[in-house]
Design a protein around this ligand. Structure first.
Ligand code: CR6
Length: 829
């Protein structure tokens, strides 16, 4: 029987894959082959970095096989696919993640050790791919891992920036930015596809022409560049499926600028062509504000246009009728950054495929879904009409037409309520006329997702209230998640082994719900012992890093208290620092006996400030001057230390998070759409000290209030507190620590004046004063719990056990089922 034979053949192939090709000798042959022929070093003499390169190429070969098989399988089955459009992917390092997902880490480690190399040492040679800013970008990376693991037919699209997020260097306590030219040493994880290119057009004019007696629009561009595909295979765990992340790079187009070549200005013409490459050269380093910059708009359209052409090409390979488009294509907009895709798909359907407006619009309404990651109206992206009209004249027309139809329909539904019509219009009138990308996205998408329950509530009642009232059915939410493959298996191997041992299975790596099984052992003394050992191992690793970086020796008995994330006023790193100053001040004023009761702490802060964000940069400097003072105060010793970890990125996070006892998430309630760092800490059994904001509210529900240190005003109270303004009383303790900064206790008092002004009196927008006492109480509760080792360990186990809901596997499954309507498509082994 054919089915049976086919099954056997597939099993044989699987066996060959796992055993016959992956024995140590074969792997060593592969590695040495790459040393000699890819890295071009003698196989008798190569260093760690060269060994890493050769290893990476051997792994890449295996990856490419699976990736081919998956792409062929998808092509054969032709399922509905989701196209995930995101301007940012924060992948970090790839090697360890890939070999773990392929299930061949141990084989490679063995093969290497016989060659005299250590896998972990080689893995450390890899640089981070930082093609993103923060949460949103790392979320995209986690979601790609889950899409592959859950066998969903997905393609990620983004930009291949030549310069990733800037490197943060600290000089005298000040942040300096340095370019991250991450491609300097080559990137073994990408495959350049020189034959997959598309022309992308800019500027020019639109004319009316007649085609077969019908009037149609023709866009005559003024500039053309070429988009070249770079494919990054993303392997799933426990499956052969390996999906594609396609990043576009800009190259000069052959058709570009023929005129200047003909006029003889050869050298200038060649130099001018190089400008095309600037489109994909640099990642914008701000994660919350947008300032209508032309280059940014060019980047957005560049990646959207290439991706849309690619999607149409794939569809047209096998389909003739566009009515089938929505059955095969789901387009996911990761925030508004890719929302020009709406106008672009509309343009292609109208002007190139010559569909009627009615048919084209019908397709648009069925294919787009939109996830917003923003909480405040100021965070929503707007594009000046002049800018858009100049760069993309045809798209502006289309957006105007969409808006005209929408407003006409709206009038029929709500009447002539001009205020509301003005608010909901895609076009914002005013001194500068703007296109509201969020309104465009909401109007044209079938589903609008928030990233946590609270966020979704805020969207429905505030940010998009007008739209929610009109189309309540469009609004959903998918609480963010992170992948346990990266955040436990790769970054915390000891915890991974421990969990598998106690659950008696590794199945939780694919099926995170099983983690809950740890609850059964929450008070088991033997588990407690092993759990503490794992934490100790990770604390040692972190302490060594701190010492290597700053020369500071920290005590392993101290509580490692961590706040690492982008620096923002709303995230309130300042509250943390004020708390530390308060603690320092208290210890200074204690007698010997009281000092014995102090719980020693190592406070760790890390994160980048956007280069133009002055206040955030001052917070970094403040952290350094306070650290300098405390760490050099012999009177304090190990009771308190403060460390700033520079250049926080994915690989630093992988080391910091497992080593944390406590982590802080201090955003003023109602300001953090979700927060995903907290999920990584939770999975690693780190206790949370947090406000009730974004996803932490849902964490309380999973692990219980007793297992977390919650504090601060709730989202609904924040509004009332702000109204109170000047009458709001702030505690003396708060005024005292701010005064210490103002009085120059830590130096630089002139420099910090504006920072202090921001948090005193009516200008304390993020309510540091109002939340201060409650913050100190939560800190005291954490101290108390820490001394009771048994209680702390139990809380830690229960944190990890209850973290299952925050896996991106759950998030992606919800998206697949409730938003994209796609099915798994598993590549046979
Ligand atoms: N800055 C949110 O602020 C959320 C991530 C991912 C953010 C954060 O709360 O967890 O997105 N928003 O959903 C944006 O990037 C606009 C972020 O990372």
């Amino acid at each position: 029987d054919f089915g049976e034979r086919k099954g056997q053949a597939e099993r044989m192939l699987g066996l060959m894959d796992v055993f016959l090709k992956n024995d140590p000798i074969s792997l060593q042959k592969d590695i040495l082959h790459h040393v000699e022929y890819t890295v071009a070093r003698s196989r008798f003499s190569f260093d760690d970095f060269e060994a890493y390169q050769a290893l990476a190429h051997s792994v890449r070969d295996l990856l490419i096989e699976r990736w081919h098989d998956t792409l062929i399988h998808f092509k054969k089955e032709d399922p509905k696919r989701v196209y995930f459009l995101s301007l940012e992917f924060l992948m970090g390092r790839s090697l360890s993640n890939i070999v773990i997902n392929l299930g061949i880490r141990d084989q490679f480690a063995d093969a290497l050790s016989q060659l005299g190399f250590d896998f972990e040492v080689l893995a450390e040679q890899e640089g981070d791919a930082c093609l993103g800013n923060g949460g949103l970008a790392r979320l995209s990376a986690c979601q790609m891992d889950s899409l592959a693991t859950l066998d969903y037919p997905a393609v990620g699209y983004g930009l291949r920036y030549q310069y990733g997020l800037f490197r943060q260097v600290i000089v005298d306590g000040f942040q300096h930015e340095q370019p991250d030219y991450w491609l300097n040493f080559g990137n073994p994880w990408e495959i350049e596809r020189v034959h997959i290119t598309y022309p992308v057009k800019f500027y020019g004019t639109v004319t009316d022409e007649f085609l077969n007696g019908e009037k149609c629009k023709v866009w005559v561009p003024g500039e053309m560049v070429e988009a070249v595909a770079y494919d990054n295979p993303i392997p799933g765990y426990g499956t052969r499926n390996t999906i594609n992340l396609r990043l576009w790079a800009a190259k000069p187009s052959d058709q570009h600028d023929m005129e200047s070549f003909n006029t003889g200005d050869y050298v200038d013409a060649v130099v001018n062509r190089q400008r095309a490459e600037s489109i994909s050269s640099i990642l914008y380093p701000d994660d919350r504000s947008y300032q209508g910059k032309e280059l940014r708009l060019k980047q957005q359209y560049f990646f959207v246009s290439a991706s849309v052409q690619d999607i149409f090409r794939r569809f047209k390979d096998t389909h003739k009728k566009f009515d089938e488009f929505p059955e095969k294509v789901a387009l996911q907009l990761n925030d508004t950054h890719p929302s020009l895709a709406i106008a672009e798909v509309m343009r292609v359907l109208l002007d190139e495929e010559h569909l009627s407006w009615h048919r084209a619009w019908d397709i648009i309404c069925k294919i787009f879904s939109f996830t917003t990651h923003t909480v405040s109206p100021e965070g929503l992206e707007k594009i000046p009409v002049d800018l858009l009209g100049n760069l993309l004249p045809r798209h502006l027309q289309i957006i105007y037409d969409i808006n005209f139809n929408f407003v006409e329909e709206l009038k029929k539904m709500i009447g002539l309520d001009y205020d509301r019509l003005t608010r909901m219009s895609i076009v914002e009138e005013g001194a500068v006329k703007n296109i509201r990308m969020a309104n465009l996205s909401v109007i044209c998408s079938h589903t609008v997702n928030g990233v946590s329950r609270l966020h979704s509530e805020l969207l429905r009642t505030k940010l998009f209230k007008d739209f929610y009232d009109l189309w309540p059915h469009k609004f959903q939410y998918k609480t963010n998640g992170v992948t346990q493959r990266r955040w436990i298996v790769v970054s915390n191997p000891s915890l991974c082994a421990l969990i598998s041992k106690w659950l008696g299975t590794e199945a939780w790596i694919r099926d995170i719900d099983l983690l809950i099984g740890l609850r059964d052992y929450a008070t088991n003394a033997e588990l407690h012992q092993e759990w503490k050992m794992v934490k100790k191992v990770n604390k040692i690793r972190l302490a060594e890093y701190i010492e290597a970086m700053s020369g500071l020796k920290v005590s392993l008995d101290a509580m490692f208290d961590v706040q690492t994330k982008r620096i923002h006023e709303y995230k309130r790193q300042l509250l943390n620092i004020l708390g530390i100053i308060h603690r320092y001040d208290c210890i200074k004023n204690m007698d010997k006996n009281d000092r014995k009761k102090v719980v020693p702490r190592v406070c760790i802060i890390g994160g980048k400030a956007a280069p133009g964000y002055e206040i955030a940069k001052k917070i970094i400097k403040l952290c350094h001057v306070v650290a300098e003072r405390i760490n050099n105060d012999n009177d304090i010793g190990d009771l308190l230390k403060l460390v700033f970890i520079p250049d926080y990125n994915v690989s630093v996070a992988e080391m910091v998070i497992p080593g944390a006892d406590l982590s802080q998430h201090l955003s003023t309630a109602g300001h953090e759409a979700s927060g995903t760092g907290s999920m990584k800490f939770l999975m690693n059994g780190c206790l949370l000290l947090a406000t009730a904001d974004g996803s932490t509210i849902e964490m309380v529900e999973e692990i219980g209030q007793d297992n977390m240190f919650l504090f601060g005003a709730k989202a609904h109270e924040v509004v009332a507190l702000r109204k109170k303004g000047p009458t709001l009383k702030v505690p003396l303790q708060f005024s005292r620590v701010v005064r210490m900064i103002r009085d120059g206790h830590f130096g630089f008092e002139d420099y910090f004046k504006s920072l202090c002004d921001k948090i005193e009196g009516t200008s304390d927008y993020f309510l540091l004063g109002a939340d201060f006492m409650s913050y100190l109480e939560a800190q005291a509760a954490a101290d108390k719990a820490f001394v009771d080792e048994e209680r702390w360990t139990k809380m830690s186990i229960l944190s990890a056990a209850g973290s299952g809901r925050f896996s991106s596997d759950r998030t992606i499954q919800e998206y697949a089922e409730n938003t994209w309507d796609i099915q798994p498509c598993r590549c046979p082994f």
